[in-house]
Design a protein around this ligand. Sequence first.
Ligand code: FAD
Length: 462
Amino acid sequence: MADHTHDLFVIGGGSGGVRAARFAAQRGARVGMAESGRMGGTCVNVGCIPKKLYSYGAHYAEGFTEAAGYGWEIAQPPTLNWATLKANRAKEITRLNGIYEGLMTNAQVLRLQGHGRLLDAHTVEVTSDDGKTTRHSARHILIATGGTPFVPEFPGCDLVVTSDDMFDLPVLPRRLVVVGGGYIGCEMASIFHGLGAEVTLLYRGEQILRGFDEEVRAFTADEMCKHGVDVRVNADVARIEALPDGTRRLTLKDGAQLDADVVLYATGRRANVRNLGLEALGVRQAESGAIEVDEHFATSVPGVYALGDVVGRMELTPVALAEAMVLVDHLFGPAPGQSARTMDYDNIPTAVFTHPPIGTVGLGEQQARERFGAIQVFRGDFKPLKHTLSGSSERTLVKLIVDAASDRVVGLHMVGADAGEIVQGFAVALKCGATKAQFDATIGIHPTSAEEFVTLRTMARG
Ligand code: FAD
């Protein structure tokens, strides 16, 4: 075996790359890492964390209004200082960047700032920001370069921004148009509406949030509209022009026009594979650019591995982390006394931080029907106790999908306050194969919205 300087060289210091580097080093491997941007990747810098911080910020808006029903008299209408929010977010993200750097230093990972590119299956060339190149040989190379927003070509596509730009907009837009009905578009629409913008969400399909349970999609769309987001489906942009005052004028394919200060395109993401040297090496990629890997995250080139968003399976931080642990176990052996992990993509819970948020685990009603045939659906929608005094008309949806043959709960969905927090706990139950009878035998916590999941007795659809 050739004598390499590293056992593992990781390209990309995001969720998956940092986790793989750190745990490989803990198993005694000599690890190197190249990151071209800021440590922590998408999640820390322009994804989960800043988004959730802004979502917290946006929720205060409804809190101020609802407080009146609880007797609070707010003398002046509250106003948002966008510059303060941005500065506080930036400070927190810089703190997290430092923590991620520290994780690498403490694990004795050789951390290089620059763009990594494969020269062959065991050599990475790193070009630093000032153009200097260094070469690093490794027994294994991991590509964990994540993804990047994708904007289609159309007249005026250079006049739009992507989710990467939203956190640092110089001015909070008065009028925001979001194009795209996926989870990122819907979250941004809710967040910026809460922060004070007038928001229109355009989606060219029949309903937003493709891939989620149909009833959850419709319920969320209704609630977003009730909150004040103008959700327009079957709406496709033909072109965008810039007016002399900077206004973006959108013309839709049906001829309708609307004006905005900012147009956010949230129309999907693509694998970050630019200038990685994949083609020359023959690393197999899907048409979308995503790197193809097997169950051990091995690419078509021996010695080269890939995981996280760049393989385009489930683009979520906890998935990238779990994939990294599976790879470390595979390459360097499991932790003492444990067996090597494998990746299981079933029952991965997720949340969408719309207002109100969605929490979901397992199958949607249609998917469950296709997989199991006979299913039972239990559902309830109600006004949460909090809103009996708050004056808000927001409702909450809870829904269980049960495989009729085994009585197992195979899907659990919620749209309502704290849905992500609530569904995380139930995800453990689904992972353990809990049955509807076991849900029914569980005592509720009263008064909560979560207790509805253990008190759903009447079947809505069989
Ligand atoms: P990344 O975190 O993207 O890291 C890749 C890193 O590689 C980057 O730092 C990049 O700079 C670096 N890089 C790329 N090419 C090179 C190169 N050639 N050389 C050196 N470095 C390179 N997930 C959730 O679970 N919950 C959420 O709430 C959530 N919200 C999101 C909100 C938004 C707006 C977005 C965009 C994403 C969100 N995600 C969320 C998804 C989550 O951020 C990703 O799934 C996760 O970051 C993927 O991790 P990764 O390691 O694969 O890639």
